[in-house]
Structures are given as structure tokens and as C-alpha cells.
Design a protein around this ligand. Structure first.
Ligand code: PLP
Length: 396
């Protein structure tokens, strides 16, 4: 018999993964070229050549005993943490040191480490809908309580009035994800300044610490010159969670990092607890070969032109077919309004055309569907006539 809590988690298990599996099933029946799988944020472009080279070089150059061994600190290799800190300082004018960096098993590992570090049972964690659905499970892992801010379905920017109202003495953390999965919107500097001011005021009012967790695996994936504010500059109690999954097309390799700045309240204690959390969650340390490889590729970039072309073609094609959505400025997702209230019904109809979309309710925002456009360009081009047929069904 599995644990009660796990039964709940299995019952609510990710619709995204289910759709991904459905994609594989349909591909076997109709051939992969006839399935338009927009379900998963699994990058379709290979990791940069520099990364492949770095991995080979690391294998040839590093002492294998050290390379494949446990790291001295559970937070990762000292030289890697220092390289990450230096790189952030160069890019954002910060003054981090190696000790401020904890290498993690992707963004998911990092979020679990920091929530394990901070959350007591019953503590509240605020998220802005629509949000990455896994936050529910991550918060639940530590018996925290997820508090949702309802979506602004016109702009998908955070509703700050409701946010202010919902902060309570039990609020321990707020998660923001910028650029955003599933909408592709970017929260600009003004929004972040207002959000930070609200948090400062509430910390004072309640005499508590409220940690802002910035989940940013899509930091570099922005189009048309959009700027993503670096949040440690706006609010002292900020912790950054980063991942190389999307920027370097490495989601299966499981590598990322947390930044815990000195300005965070009880920063030394938080850093050393994150170290222990990394160990006792069973990660022990982030994959060692990946640590060494990404440290050599900190200035490498994803092929933005590839995603941008997908973005333009899919956005224009969907609009022409009669669908409505806002044009994303970042990440590689489009959040499309369902032509019927029940977006799950819409997803089921889409499947008739082998179009695989994820219902917005997975992200706390029913009435919309998410398309991940990190797919082959050809998939997008060939999917557009299918979307036109699907749209026509709703006009009949
Ligand atoms: N956070 C967000 C917003 C994501 O979209 C994802 C993955 O899609 C993750 C975290 C997890 O990323 P990782 O593969 O680095 O664990």
C-alpha cells in the first residue's frame, strides 16, 4: 500500500507527462511526422557544440577519481561555484562569492532544496496563476500550503492588489517565474519594484521574513529585446533558482544552481541548511561531470533565432486561424484562449488532429491551453492547417 499523501499525488499526476506519453503512443500509430506534440518543454535543438566539447575535455583533463567522486561540499565543487558567482557578477554587477552558490539537480532540485530549507508545515507559499504546476507538489512535499493569486487573463502580469491582500503572517515564501511558463510573459522592472515594495512593507508589518524565490530557467530565452530584471537587486530576501535545462538544452542531465545572497536574512544558516537539504533529499550533490562542463560554458547561448522563428510562425498562424493569445516575450510557450470554457474538451478535440496541447488547469488557469513551441520548425508549419480545421469546428 502506498502512502496516503502519495495517493493524492499520483491521482493529480501531471497532465503534461500524460500528454507526452499520449504523443509517443500516437507517433507509433500515425508516424512521428504526423503528430504535433506541443506538450512538453523539452528543447528540440541540440546542446551547443561547446558543451559537447567541454564534456569531452573534462573527461580527458580532470582526474577521474575526483571527477566521479562525491564533491567535498554537497553544494558542489568550489571552483565551479566560484565560476558561476564570477559570471553572474560580470553579467549583473552583483558581488556574489562561491559560497553564495549551491549547485543543484536542475531547477526542480533547487526548488525542492530551498523549500525543504525554509518551509515549516503550514507555512504559506504564494504563487501567481498561471504557474508551473509542479510547484503544487514541491510545496506539498514539505507540508506547506500553496496560496494562489488569481490570473489576470488579459495581460498575465501578476495581480499585485490581490497579492498584497493574501500575504499573511504565515507567508514564508513567494515564487515568481520570469520569463513565465506557461504564458511567455516577462515581468518588467516596474512590476518587480512594486512587488518588492509590497513584500518589504509586509515584512515590517508582521515582523516576519518573506523569501522571494525567483525560478528562472528561461532567463536568457527572451525575444525582441525584452529585459528580465535580476531580482536580488530589488529585494534583499531573494533567492534565485536557475537551471541549464533550457538555456543549454540539457534537461535530462539535471544541472542548475541556487543563489543565496549574503543579504538574505540568516544567510549563512540558509546556505548551510541548503547544503544539508541537498544531501538528505537524496541528491547528495549535483552531477559532477555536468557541474564541470557547464562551468566552462557559462557564456554559451541557446539558439534564440530558432525559437524566435517558431514563436512568430506559430503565433501568426494561430491568430490567422482565429485563436487568440498574447504574444510571448520569453520562454518557449504560447498560452492560447480555449474557444470553449472547458479547455479539456478543447484538448480532446485537438487530439483528433493529432495536436497535443496541455490544459490550462494544470497551471491553475482553466479556459486556456499551453503550447510548447520548442519543437521542429517543420512541426509548426505542418500543424497550422490542422489548427485551421480545429478552429473551423468551433465556427460551425
Ligand atoms: N520551473 C519551471 C518554470 C519550469 O518550466 C521547469 C521545467 O520545465 C522547471 C522549473 C524544472 O526545470 P529543470 O528541468 O531544470 O528541473
Amino acid at each position: 500500500m502506498i502512502a496516503e499523501k502519495m495517493k493524492e499525488m499520483v491521482a493529480n499526476s501531471s497532465a503534461i507527462r500524460a500528454m507526452f506519453e499520449e504523443g509517443n503512443r500516437l507517433a507509433q500509430i500515425y508516424g512521428p511526422e504526423n503528430v504535433y506534440d506541443f506538450s512538453l518543454g523539452n528543447p528540440n535543438i541540440p546542446a551547443p557544440e561547446a558543451l559537447t566539447k567541454a564534456m569531452k575535455d573534462v573527461l580527458l583533463e580532470e582526474d577521474p577519481v575526483e571527477l566521479h567522486g562525491y564533491t567535498n561540499s554537497n553544494a558542489g565543487y568550489a571552483d565551479v561555484r566560484e565560476a558561476v558567482a564570477r559570471n553572474l557578477n560580470e553579467r549583473y554587477g552583483t558581488s556574489f562569492e562561491g559560497k553564495n552558490i549551491t549547485m543543484t539537480v536542475g531547477a526542480a532540485g533547487g526548488l525542492n532544496v530551498i523549500l525543504k530549507t525554509l518551509i515549516n508545515p503550514g507555512d504559506e507559499v504564494i504563487v501567481f496563476a498561471p504557474y508551473f504546476g509542479e510547484y503544487r507538489s514541491y510545496v506539498n512535499n514539505y507540508d506547506g500550503v500553496l496560496v494562489e493569486i488569481s490570473p489576470d487573463t488579459e495581460t498575465f502580469q501578476p495581480k499585485l492588489v490581490e497579492f498584497e491582500e493574501k500575504i499573511s503572517p504565515k507567508t514564508k515564501a513567494v515564487i515568481v517565474n520570469n520569463p513565465n511558463n506557461p504564458t511567455g510573459v516577462v515581468y518588467g522592472e516596474e512590476t518587480i519594484k512594486r512587488l518588492a515594495a509590497i513584500l518589504e512593507a509586509k515584512q515590517k508589518e508582521y515582523g516576519t521574513d518573506i523569501y522571494l524565490i525567483s525560478d528562472e530557467p528561461y532567463r536568457e530565452l527572451v525575444y525582441g529585446g525584452a529585459r528580465v530584471p535580476f531580482l536580488t537587486k530589488y529585494y534583499d530576501n531573494t533567492i534565485i533558482g536557475y537551471s541549464f535545462s533550457k538555456s543549454l538544452s540539457l534537461p535530462g542531465e539535471r544541472i542548475g544552481y541556487l543563489v543565496i545572497p549574503d543579504e538574505v536574512t540568516d544567510s549563512e544558516e540558509v546556505i548551510s541548511a541548503a547544503n544539508v537539504a541537498t544531501r538528505i533529499l537524496g541528491f547528495v550533490n549535483a552531477p559532477t561531470l555536468q557541474q564541470k562542463a557547464v562551468a566552462r560554458c557559462l557564456n554559451e547561448k541557446a539558439d534564440l533565432a530558432f525559437y524566435d522563428r517558431n514563436r512568430e510562425t506559430l503565433y501568426e498562424g494561430l491568430k490567422k486561424a482565429g485563436f487568440s493569445c498574447i504574444k510571448p516575450e520569453g520562454a518557449f510557450y504560447l498560452f492560447v484562449k480555449s474557444p470553449v470554457e472547458d479547455e479539456k474538451e478543447f484538448c480532446t478535440r485537438a487530439k483528433k488532429y493529432n495536436l497535443l496541447l496541455v490544459p490550462g488547469s494544470s497551471f491553475g488557469c482553466p479556459g486556456f491551453v499551453r503550447l510548447a513551441y520548442c519543437v521542429a520548425y517543420d512541426t509548426i508549419v505542418r500543424s497550422l492547417p490542422k489548427f485551421e480545421k480545429l478552429a473551423a469546428e468551433y465556427r460551425e
